[in-house]
Design a protein. Structure first.
Lengths: 1038, 335
């Protein structure tokens, strides 16, 4: 009815309806005294109440069916599709929506189109709105999309999660169907089960010229000083024709990268007939290190090669030598560790220095080193936004994986920009080290306070970046620190703190604070002053040692009162301002002035991705109290003389400071040196500690290497020995006992690893128990079994779907004497995603998806057309908003209404049973009305009044008589006729039913004369009489 | 002698009373209680404040197609009761007074930010405060850009230079006034040829200073009424001479009736001043001396509720159209 229907969420409760006959049975008897009409009425009400209550238990719902449609268009933006075709997809969608979208369906609003773009993952470009699709001519989300793979399944999932409940649902996939990630068919089957329809627009790829560099092959037994042959395999996919031999010419370049140095080995012309061509190159490796070889093909005629992404391939190899050390220093303080580098060099360690603004980009780059030294290195550093440098989460992860899985050592050397003071708290690196970088000891007053003021800028994705920034800054702070976020709350229309308490101690609330950040929706703050006043009050009253306010804005709120700025300045609370998308000098100048007046920093951000880095740098300032510089200095004390690092070191020079940390509570942690200060917290006074982390070792030296606190150490004889022993202790072990040749090859989506094992006498090594741990391109852990296939020959393989480097640390187990062999490093590079191999569209997959029939609806349609030439007429003939899908059912709970009605009816039931309503007056009233209408003579009002008054008097008399009868005045028993007990009891039970027996005639008297016997009195008399008769009955039981 | 009407009424009353006494007591009680309840409800209805009156009309919803809005920020009305509304997509859309979409166009560039003020000059051209480009643009009602009439375009503190421009008004002599905020919150006055005449104001809280003068209006004496938004007050200036004189100032910050929070729009109509409060989500009607006489709206999303309104106009039939900015719509009501 009217599109609504009733349904039950818990229909099993409807079985209770079988109780209705019981209700009728019992109620019919108990309501017998009401008379036939009232009894039926009460019974009806009671039945209704029970039915409604059962409906409530069964969770009755109103359901409304809707024919409105939500259509999600999934646009494949992967690179296997030519760019013009990708760009034309949006035009088609806009035209289709404009042409076929219904603006009103059943008076409930119109159809809703939405757009999802996908490649390696899927992103919502336009959520489903009751509106047309409009665009500024490009896809906004494309900037965040990785287009090097096709994952139709991810797009289907994204659509499924984004459909509104109250409409029918359809998906239109516009793709070449070259799926190389995910499983679209399985997901599509689950979608059609839910009634979601799928149409497809197949993109047909033309037959085209394509050249791909398939691999660079390096011999497995590559050795230092021995010439090796490297082979570059190039495939020409072009089909020869009668007029065209299909030969393509170009140049092949081969380069070699060692660390960050790249060298061109050869550049040769190449003539490539259709099919595979192998190009050999000779090269001799002179120094032990990790090497990455890269081959590139450049065609002479660009049109002869469709995709450029598959024109290069890389290969990785590692030649072992003596220990190599990578020392990473802060780029803002170059040369700070020259003394340490010299000292390690003198101890036969080869040290390479890397500055923090030119960091490694892959795990492969770290394979050439046996130990990484982080020397007084902050996580983020720099001044202005554009030159800010920082370790990304991925780079930190690579560093840790390199130790945990590849066995490389990490040594952290302290300084005022390291550990917690360097912003390394809550990172993966902290987990890998023997100490935590935060202080949890309340006795230590190393506390900072940070307030972040967020103003919603008109920057695209401004809210997203504000959340990222807030989270990054919060992570840098320790539980002892204070943090507050202030923003313009659209709901309350004022500047409010994000969490209760405003500037509060982080303690164990970090997770809830991060969750609050996620929910934050900063509004358009009209002026800065109220928020700044609040910030000032909170910071001024806070006990923290270091205080900082950070403002992020586009600069268009009204600037703050100069008095407010003077307050900050007087309290020495700096305000750092970050200008994002400011509207020229009018927006940026006030922000600049706020920063310069309070001693803060001013950043201009042109790339939103730089924002978290800035906040890491700034939040680091709040973590500064972790630096401990006691008056009079300190004398480090050796705690564990047996530690290898302290071998033949008996005493240590004095020091002037270190960075406080918290020792991990783990039996693997070894503390070698400790500071006697601060005396009340030995767990925070670690000077040198070590432990083993996974396959590698890590060590922390919390003081510096002589630049600020340890100038005495610089003069110390044991300086070189101490630091070289520390680095050597952490270094990756070197294998001298066995000869292992490892060959890794990528083929058909799998990497095959073959190991030939011999001992130093060249005898086969059998029955070795290999254990392999590796990292993939996304830093995912790789493990797979290796089995022996022949004498000294071991083989294993694993899937490799992603393009990039796969690095493996292979542990051969133990030798005959029970000593561990050192791990062997190996790796293979998958040059490019299979996305760049696809040359034809996968029509079969797309047709399968379209043929799936949604539950309750019709199967999808294949929309043919030529998107590349933007000829849309044919495509627009098919209406993607056609109503061939099951209607959407939206449910609303109806049980509260039912419960309310039941309550009302229950009241009616009580009313009917307890109140006897006279209806005679209705008849009189109607008669009166009828007479009036007929114009008949009525009884005069006065006469009726007299009659009413006399009636009232009569009723009054009767009431008086009854009241008098119920008085219990002492009086003599009146004579009553003899009655049996049964008769008496029958009287008592005949309430309003049978007529009472005729009363004995009593003498009427005046007000004080004997009154008429009441029913109770008569009942009592009958009982007395019955009692008198009882003995007689006892005597004669029969 | 015929009985009087009063006596007849009295008789009827007693007649009814007696008849009523005949019905059961419970029914009597029910009738009495229901009557009392109805009476209370009726009293409640009669005493409803203007704020509880539903809007006459709501139009627009979130979207980018014609007739929809994304945070509408400024509105102006012409003599034909056509409303010109600019939103955060920098589109200027034209509607009739019943919310029917007529046409739209886009400002030349909105990368830096969107316009936040609209007004008509005496020639019937639409003046657009292109806030983040430090200029005032001029359009014909059909949307043709009149480049020669553009004022400003340079960020600065000198005469004829601007910071964030918020509004434009013209007096009876053809002089026009442009308000701005930023480091230097001021009003600049130009003659009808665009020649700079004077300026006044500063960034601050003192009388005569401004914190975000968001909107202006001109009274019959050519005095300039200014919604001093972040100072939560109204300031009135007589700028007919060589210097602007502050002649009236009223308003205090607060949520109560009669108080203000971020008045973003001001409208003079007869003896009354209408203020659109961004921070209190309402439109409040004052006497010219600052006595509140009525108000409409409260925070919310339902009909008659507002979310951070930016602007309003009054049509020729005396109905107020308010930009319900964060609800992406316009509501029309009487106040």
């Amino acid at each position: 009815m009217y599109g609504y229907q009733i349904a039950f969420n818990q229909p099993s409760y409807l079985l209770l309806l079988f109780l209705l006959p019981l209700l009728w049975l019992f109620s019919y008897r108990s309501l017998s005294g009401l008379g036939p009409v009232r009894r039926i009425f009460a019974l009806g009400l009671r039945t209704l109440v029970l039915v409604l209550m059962i409906c409530c238990l069964a969770e009755v719902q109103w359901q409304r069916a809707s024919d409105r449609l939500t259509v999600f268009y999934l646009l494949d933006q992967s690179e296997s599709i030519p760019r013009p075709t990708r760009e034309a997809m949006l035009n088609y969608v806009m035209e289709e929506v404009r042409l076929h979208r219904r603006t009103s369906v059943d008076g409930q609003g119109g159809d809703r189109p939405g757009v999802i773009i996908f490649g390696r993952e899927a992103l919502i470009e336009s959520p489903p709105f009751d509106d047309e699709i409009r665009t500024i001519g490009k896809l906004d989300s494309l900037i965040d999309l990785r287009t090097d793979a096709t994952n139709i399944g991810a797009a289907l999932k994204q659509a499924q999660a984004s459909f509104p409940e109250d409409t029918a649902k359809r998906i239109v996939i516009i793709s070449d169907g070259n799926e190389n990630l995910g499983d679209a068919q399985t997901i599509a089957r689950s979608l059609v089960e839910q009634g979601i329809g799928i149409d497809v627009v197949p993109i047909r790829l033309d037959s085209r010229s394509e050249i791909a560099v398939e691999a660079v092959r390096i011999p497995a037994d590559i050795r230092r000083g021995t010439p090796s042959e490297l082979r570059v395999i190039v495939n020409n996919y072009k089909e020869p024709t009668a007029t065209d031999s299909g030969t393509v010419t170009g140049r092949v370049r081969l380069t070699m990268k060692q660390g960050q140095q790249e060298q061109l080995l050869a550049e040769v012309p190449a003539t490539l007939p259709p099919g595979k061509t192998v190009l050999p190159f000779q090269h001799t490796i002179e120094a032990p290190s990790s090497y990455t070889f890269r081959a590139d093909f450049v065609p002479d005629v660009a049109a002869e090669d469709f995709m450029q992404q598959n024109n290069s391939a890389t290969a990785f190899t590692h030649v072992r030598g003596k220990g190599r050390v990578l020392l990473i220093e802060d780029w803002e303080h170059p040369g700070e560790f020259n003394r340490l580098v010299d000292a390690l060099g003198k101890q036969n360690l080869e040290v390479e220095v890397m500055q923090s603004n030119r960091l490694y980009a892959s795990l492969a780059e770290l394979q050439g080193y046996d130990c990484v030294v982080l020397a007084n290195l902050p996580r983020a550093s720099g001044g202005a936004a554009d030159d800010a440098a920082s370790f990304s989460d991925e780079q930190v992860s690579m560093l840790v994986r390199n130790t945990e899985q590849m066995g490389c050592g990490i040594v952290m050397v302290g300084g005022d920009r390291s550990f917690g003071a360097g912003g390394w708290s809550n990172t993966e690196l902290e987990k890998a080290m023997p100490v935590d970088f935060q202080i949890r000891n309340d006795k230590v007053k190393a506390v900072g306070a940070l307030v972040m003021m967020m103003h919603a800028s008109e920057l695209a994705q401004g809210n997203y970046w504000q959340k990222v920034i807030g989270e990054e800054a919060l992570k840098v702070l320790s539980p002892a620190d204070y943090c507050g976020v202030i923003h313009w709350d659209d709901f309350t229309s004022k500047d409010d703190w994000l969490w209760k308490g405003g500037l509060t101690r982080i303690g164990n609330q970090q997770k809830s604070m991060l969750a609050a950040m996620q929910r934050m929706q900063p509004g358009d703050m009209p002026d800065f002053d109220p928020a700044m006043r609040k910030t000032y009050t909170a910071l001024f009253n806070n006990p923290a040692a270091v205080k900082l306010a950070i403002v992020i804005s586009d600069g268009d709120p009204s600037p703050p009162d100069p008095k407010t700025i003077r307050l900050f300045s007087a309290a020495k609370i700096p305000i750092t301002t970050v200008a994002v998308g400011t509207h020229g000098p009018a927006g940026s100048t006030p922000l600049q002035q706020i920063a310069s007046s309070t001693g803060g920093k001013y950043y201009v951000v042109t790339n939103a991705k730089a924002l978290p880095r800035i906040f890491q740098i700034e939040a680091r300032k709040v973590a500064k109290p972790l630096v401990f510089e006691p008056e009079g200095g300190l004398q480090p004390q050796i705690v564990d003389r047996s530690h290898e690092i302290l071998n033949s070191i008996d005493s240590l020079p004095a020091s002037r400071g270190f960075v406080m940390t918290t020792l991990k509570e783990n039996p693997l942690v070894e503390v070698a040196i400790q500071s006697p200060k601060p005396a009340n917290s030995p767990e925070n006074s670690t000077y040198l500690a070590t432990w083993t982390y996974g396959a590698g070792r890590t060590a922390v030296f919390t003081s510096d290497a002589g630049n600020k606190w340890n100038d005495e150490w610089m003069k110390w004889d044991g300086y070189e020995k101490f630091f070289s022993q520390m680095v050597r202790w952490a270094m990756r072990p070197v294998n001298q006992e066995g000869k292992f040749l490892v060959a890794s090859e990528y083929k058909d989506g799998r990497v095959r690893v073959v190991i030939n094992a011999r001992d130093k006498e060249d005898e086969y090594l059998d029955n070795l128990n290999f254990n392999v741990v590796g990292s993939g391109p996304e830093l995912e852990t790789i493990r797979f079994p290796i089995k022996q296939e022949g004498p000294g020959r071991y083989v294993g393989d694993f899937p490799a779907d992603e393009a990039g480097s796969y690095l493996l640390a292979i542990s051969p187990g133990r030798d005959a004497e029970g000593n561990d062999y050192a791990p062997i490093l190996s790796g293979v590079t998958v040059p490019y995603s299979s996305e760049y191999r696809e040359r034809e569209s996968n029509q079969a997959l797309l047709l399968t998806l379209a043929s799936l029939q949604p539950k309750g609806g019709e199967a999808g349609q294949v929309i043919e057309g030529d998107l590349a030439n933007n000829s849309l007429e044919e495509m627009l003939k098919i209406d993607t908003f056609r109503p061939t899908l099951p209607k959407a059912i939206s449910s609303h709970d109806a049980w509260p209404v039912f419960l309310l009605i039941a309550a009302g009816l229950f009241f009616g039931d009580v009313l009917v049973r307890r109140v006897q309503m006279h209806v005679a007056w209705i008849g009189t009233g109607l008669a009166h009305l009828w007479n009036r209408m007929r114009g008949r003579e009525e009884v005069s009002a006065d006469t009726r009044m007299d009659r009413l008054r006399s009636l009232k008097a009569k009723v009054g008399e009767e009431l008086d008589t009854r009241r008098a009868a119920t008085r219990f005045d002492p009086q003599a028993d009146a004579d009553v006729p003899q009655r049996s007990l049964d008769e008496a009891l029958a009287d008592a039970g005949a309430e309003g039913g049978a007529a009472p027996p005729p009363r004995p005639t009593t003498q009427q008297s005046g007000p004080h004369g004997p009154e008429e016997n009441t029913y109770t009195e008569r009942l009592l008399a009958a009982k007395k009489k019955a009692k008198k008769d009882l003995p007689k009955s006892d005597d004669n039981p029969t | 002698m015929e009985r009087g009407a009063t006596a007849q009424c009295e008789d009827r009353f007693y007649e009814f009373q007696d008849a009523f006494m005949l019905v059961p007591r419970q029914i009597q009680s029910l009738v009495v209680h229901s009557s009392v309840l109805l009476l209370l409800l009726a009293c409640g209805c009669l005493s409803r404040s203007p704020s509880d009156q539903p809007p006459e009309l709501i139009y627009g919803s979130r979207g980018q197609s014609d007739g929809k809005f994304f945070k509408p920020r400024a509105v102006a009305i012409d003599k034909e009761d056509h409303l010109y509304i600019v939103d955060m997509t920098a589109r200027i859309q034209v509607f009739d007074r019943d919310g029917k979409f007529l046409r739209s166009w886009q400002t030349p560039d909105s990368t830096n930010g969107r316009p936040s003020g609209l007004a008509f000059d005496r020639q019937g051209n639409l003046r657009v405060a292109d806030t983040h480009y430090f200029q005032v643009l001029a359009y014909t009602p059909q949307g043709e850009l009149l480049e020669k009439l553009t004022v400003g375009g340079t960020c600065g503190f000198k005469p004829g230079e601007f910071q964030f421009v918020t509004d434009f008004v013209e007096d009876s002599q053809g002089n026009f006034y442009i308000s701005q905020y930023g480091e230097f919150d001021r009003i600049q006055k130009f003659d009808k040829n665009g020649k700079f005449l004077l300026d006044w104001g500063a960034h601050g809280k003192e009388p005569g200073e401004f914190l975000r003068p968001q909107k202006m209006d001109i009274d019959e004496h050519d005095c300039v009424w200014i919604a001093d938004a972040a100072n939560h007050r109204v300031q009135v200036f007589d700028a007919r001479g060589k210097q602007a004189k502050l002649i009236k100032i009223w308003g205090e910050e607060g949520h109560d009736i009669g108080q203000l929070r971020y008045p973003y729009d001001i409208l003079l109509e007869g003896e009354f001043v209408y203020l659109c409060e961004f921070g209190n989500h309402r439109v409040q009607k004052f006497t010219r001396d600052g006595q509140s006489v009525a108000w409409w709206g409260r925070n919310g999303r339902k009909e008659g509720e507002l979310d951070q309104p930016w602007g309003m106009v009054r049509d020729s039939r005396g109905r107020v159209h308010v930009l319900d900015s964060y609800n992406h719509r316009v509501q029309r009501f009487r106040l």
